[in-house]
Ligand binder design. Structure first.
Ligand code: PAF
Length: 248
């Protein structure tokens, strides 16, 4: 596996018939690996980026404590036969000092966008930059972040990027908790009730019932909403924000 940091090194890679790209912020788990495996099965070259993108964190404390186990991540990627691990340099990615950004004006106002101002602008901007650098044939995103997946798919279409944006089903722990890098931050008593988020949004009669059941259990509910045939939820346990969604 080649570890590439600079834009110049990335540009110097030989052409490839197809490039499968998995953008990540590291702290990799089986959910990420399912994306890498799908990319591996469908492309000649697999590129995985690890970049904790400051532009998408609206809470500086959340950015500060985001897990960064880089050596472990690289070992996991090497085991999956990743060809290129791209670890971009902050000042190269944001050489423009955030002068330019990608903005969407409808879906980013709802769900996670309503309570995390600037979050999706940060996500769309960095993904656009990464797409321009990596020039993937296909890019892979988890359905746990369904709103993100849908926005990136629409962005690729709107800007004629020619990238096939592929959604991959959420990978869950045995008790149903959606895998997430933030799960590492849960205290043991929080980890015990965390799987109820999935169970409740799957079974509650409507979003209001789900909100009440979650609050009773001790979740601080950000939102539970039914949109376009899916139920989306975000809720805090302590200071950890969990999200999930199910098809209705
Ligand atoms: O889903 C993530 O890990 C991030 O939002 C992404 C897509 C890598 C952009 O920073």
């Amino acid at each position: 596996m080649k570890i590439v940091k600079s834009v110049a090194e990335l540009r110097a890679l030989p052409e490839s018939r197809s490039v499968g790209f998995v953008p990540t912020m590291g702290a990799l788990h089986d959910g990420h690996l399912s994306l890498v495996r799908k990319a591996r099965a469908e492309n000649e070259r697999v590129v995985v980026s690890i970049f904790v993108n400051p532009a998408q964190f609206n809470d500086p404390e959340d950015l500060r404590r985001y897990p960064r186990p880089i050596e472990k991540d690289l070992a996991m990627l090497a085991r999956e036969n990743t060809d290129v691990a791209f670890l971009p340099i902050h000042d190269e990615i944001y050489g423009d000092r955030f002068r330019f950004e990608v903005r969407e004006k409808e879906f980013t106002k709802m769900l996670c966008g309503a309570t995390r101002p600037g979050h999706f602008e940060g996500v769309l901007t960095v993904v656009m930059k990464l797409f321009c650098l990596v020039r993937p044939t296909r890019a892979y995103f988890g359905e746990k972040d369904f709103q993100q997946l849908s926005l990136i798919r629409d962005m690729a279409k709107s800007f004629f990027l020619g990238v096939d944006v592929i959604g991959v089903p959420t990978v869950r722990e045995a008790d149903g908790l959606a895998m997430s890098s933030r799960n590492l931050l849960l205290k043991s008593e929080e980890r015990e009730i965390a799987p109820r988020l999935y169970q409740i949004i799957k079974t509650a009669a409507d979003a209001g019932v789900a909100r009440r059941e979650l609050s009773t259990l001790g979740f601080r509910v950000d939102y539970v909403e039914d949109v376009a045939g899916r139920r989306f939820a975000a809720a805090f346990l302590g200071s950890v924000r969990l999200i999930d969604n199910v098809e209705l």
